[in-house]
Design a protein around this ligand. Structure first.
Ligand code: UDP
Ligand code: MG
Length: 138
């Protein structure tokens, strides 16, 4: 598959980095197939991160992801999953390679500016969580 799913997280939107991050994504060769801004309820954030329910940071993650507006998008590019994970950098911004979105914009391992899907299967599940077919181009 050549699609991935992303969210610009509440810290990055609040810090006025939405435009700079979208610019990096577009200049990185990704085509935006669907995009919207929304404010998740704790219930919706909890459902999105259901896979992390057993992890110790789950409660904080749900609180953080519902703390303010986010921008969600489906992106298209050859080798989308791997290339996008490369563009955003490691989960912990102190370990993210220089020039990556997390190295430039993330504040901490929890408030880390951006999400990127980890597999084709999850990209589809995550994109379907936010977007109907009517809300996509192409
Ligand atoms: N997270 C956290 N503490 C951790 C690991 C992860 O708060 O020790 C948060 C962080 O926001 C991360 C999200 O949980 O982006 C999902 O974790 P995952 O391991 O899937 O990292 P990612 O795929 O986002 O790099
Ligand atoms: Mg992940």
């Amino acid at each position: 598959m050549n699609r991935t799913f992303t969210m610009i997280k509440p810290d990055a939107v609040a810090n006025k980095n939405t435009g700079a991050i979208l610019d990096a994504i577009i200049k990185g060769g990704f085509r935006i197939i669907a995009m919207k801004m929304l404010h998740l309820t704790p219930e919706k954030a909890g459902a999105f991160y259901e896979v992390h329910k057993a992890r110790p940071f789950y409660g904080e993650l749900v609180k953080y992801m519902s703390s303010g507006p986010i921008v969600a998008a489906i992106l298209e590019k050859d080798n989308a999953i791997e290339d996008f994970r490369k563009l955003i950098g490691a989960t912990d911004p102190t370990k993210a390679a220089p020039g990556t979105i997390r190295a430039m914009f993330a504040k901490s391992i929890d408030a880390n500016a951006i999400h990127g899907s980890d597999s084709d299967e999850n990209a589809k599940i995550e994109g379907d969580f936010y977007f109907s077919m009517m809300e996509r181009i192409g």
